[in-house]
Design a protein around this ligand. Structure first.
Ligand code: FAD
Length: 469
């Protein structure tokens, strides 16, 4: 019997798919990445509008450490993809804020700043915070024995001031929790390190230069990428995956398939029976967002917004769940790419505002109502967020917004759920041999996280042990 034409087929050209592709092509595997859309990048792509290029998702690349640091996730990622730190052209953040009505915490890429802020504002919780840091240091988040414990209960055991618990949860939930009301403790540990102890940066020029780098590296290594090539189904026989069928009916065979399409989508592609046996629709994940993007005639800092990212909550406690209405205006994230430290200023001011949003509420709107609801929600969100940022409207030269329906349309994530399923599959295994999950539903999120996911699952399931080091 002739061998299949591909060693590995990868479903999806998002960050996890591209990273897995590069990793495998480095070892001379015959790799094919199949992407449904005409653009790569998935949740972290870019688009053009009114003569400008916008990033879809990028507020911040997490896990930033300066050149020369050893052993952290970003450095491992660079090593595994054979990239240099300089290749990413990372601009570090200035500072970021966590803001509640009567309290704010400032943090930066120097963790000592947060430690000091906590000590000054919450003197009674200083020791508890130190214990938390130790707990985070001691915990093996990449091989957790228990994935069901929530961070709220662990934090409350150590930190006496409930406001500090809420303030620590706010950025970590917004930047990576698939679970409503909380964040899994092991995910909290990953996020705490990547956001507070490592830090934020932005590739100079936004996400496109980073994607260009990944695509050109992949192609130089002989990797094949097919755009507008949606996978309709996954072929399997006797419990082993054999390849895929494309939307146009073409069948492509491979030794293995790595899928970044999410657990439920991957099972759906594998057939009705496997879907019914393995997908619990309560675990699909309900968290999505509306993001409003303003192009301004001035730099945000000249209008009074100087932090790189501000996480705000306009109430004493923080509710992280799919809201009743279209959006929840009480909490959100404000980000400005202008406020990274760079020698090359951006040509215009950019101000981004993100709020939790309800997929079903957006889905139920007709076309006209949808457009007017977007504008209504943008205005509603600004009224609350301007207490913690600015009102960008008087300086706006262009505005855009996207909703959970946009996320669903462009990434096939069911319900536009940005952080995917609530239950992650950390080993990347599926009920089929030679079919593995990478990306969001495997368990590592964000730009850096999803790339690491692609690399680690490729190492574990598609390379022989001596290659996977
Ligand atoms: C508004 C927003 C802001 C964000 N901000 C940040 C941030 O500041 N920092 C950060 O680190 N992260 C951020 N993220 C999260 C980050 O973008 C994601 O965690 C990461 O990009 C996920 O990568 P992935 O490869 O797992 O999945 P995806 O990006 O979803 O990639 C999956 C790909 O698979 C394709 N696909 C699906 N089904 C099929 C099929 N049947 N056939 C072929 N292709 C298919 C999809 O089209 C998609 O391209 C943000 C996300 C959003 C939406």
């Amino acid at each position: 019997m002739s061998s299949p034409p591909y060693d590995t087929i990868i479903i999806g050209a998002g960050m996890s798919g591209l990273a897995a592709g590069i990793r495998l092509a480095q070892f001379d595997q015959k790799v094919l990445i199949l992407e449904k859309h005409y653009l790569w990048g998935g949740l972290n792509s870019f688009y053009k509008q009114a003569g400008r290029r916008f990033d879809v998702g990028l507020h911040a690349l997490t896990n930033y450490v300066p050149k020369g640091t050893r052993g952290t996730p970003l450095i491992k990622l660079l090593r595994q993809l054979r990239l240099r730190h300089d290749d990413l052209r990372l601009c570090p953040q200035g500072h970021s804020l966590i803001r509640f009505p009567d309290c704010q915490l400032r943090f930066s890429n120097d963790f000592e700043e947060l430690r000091q802020e906590v000590g000054e504002r919450f003197p009674d919780s200083r020791d508890g915070f130190a214990r938390l840091i130790q707990l985070v240091a001691d915990f093996d988040a990449f091989d957790p024995k228990d994935t069901t414990t929530g961070a709220r209960s662990v934090l409350s055991e150590h930190i006496t001031d409930p406001l500090l618990v809420e303030m620590l949860l706010l950025p970590l939930c917004y930047y990576g929790s698939a679970r409503e009301g909380d964040v899994d403790w092991y995910q909290f540990v990953i996020l705490f390190r990547s956001i507070f102890q490592e830090g934020f940066a932005r590739p100079e020029g936004g996400i496109k230069p980073l994607l260009d780098l990944l695509i050109s590296r992949y192609r130089e290594l002989g990797g094949e990428l097919r755009m507008k090539s949606g996978v309709r189904s996954i072929l399997h026989e006797d419990g082993r995956c054999q390849g895929v069928t494309l939307d146009d009916g073409a069948e492509l065979m491979a030794d293995r398939v790595l899928s970044s399409a999410g657990w439920a989508e991957t099972m759906r592609m594998a057939g009705q029976q496997l879907y019914e046996q393995n997908v619990d629709e309560d675990e699909l994940g309900r968290l999505s967002f509306v993001e409003s993007i303003f192009v301004l005639d001035s730099e945000p800092k000249d209008l009074g917004f100087s932090s790189t990212i501000t996480f705000f909550n306009d109430a004493p406690t923080f509710e992280y769940c799919s809201p009743q209405g279209l959006i929840d205006d009480r909490s959100g994230v404000i980000a400005s790419p202008n406020n990274y430290l760079s020698d090359t200023p951006l040509p215009e001011g950019i101000y981004r505002l993100t709020n939790l949003a309800n997929y079903d509420a957006w889905r139920s709107l007709g076309a006209q109502d949808y457009i007017s609801a977007k504008q209504g929600c943008v205005n509603q969100a600004i009224e609350v967020s301007k207490k913690y940022g600015i009102d960008p409207r008087p300086h706006q030269v262009h505005q855009d917004a996207f909703t959970p329906c946009t996320v669903e349309r462009f990434t096939s994530k069911p319900r536009g759920s940005v952080y995917g399923a609530t239950r992650k599959r950390l080993d990347g295994n599926t009920p089929l041999e030679a079919l593995h999950l990478i990306g969001t539903d495997q368990g590592l999120l964000g730009v850096t996280g999803s790339m690491l996911s692609g690399i680690s699952i490729a190492n574990r399931h598609a390379l022989v042990p001596h290659q996977a080091k």
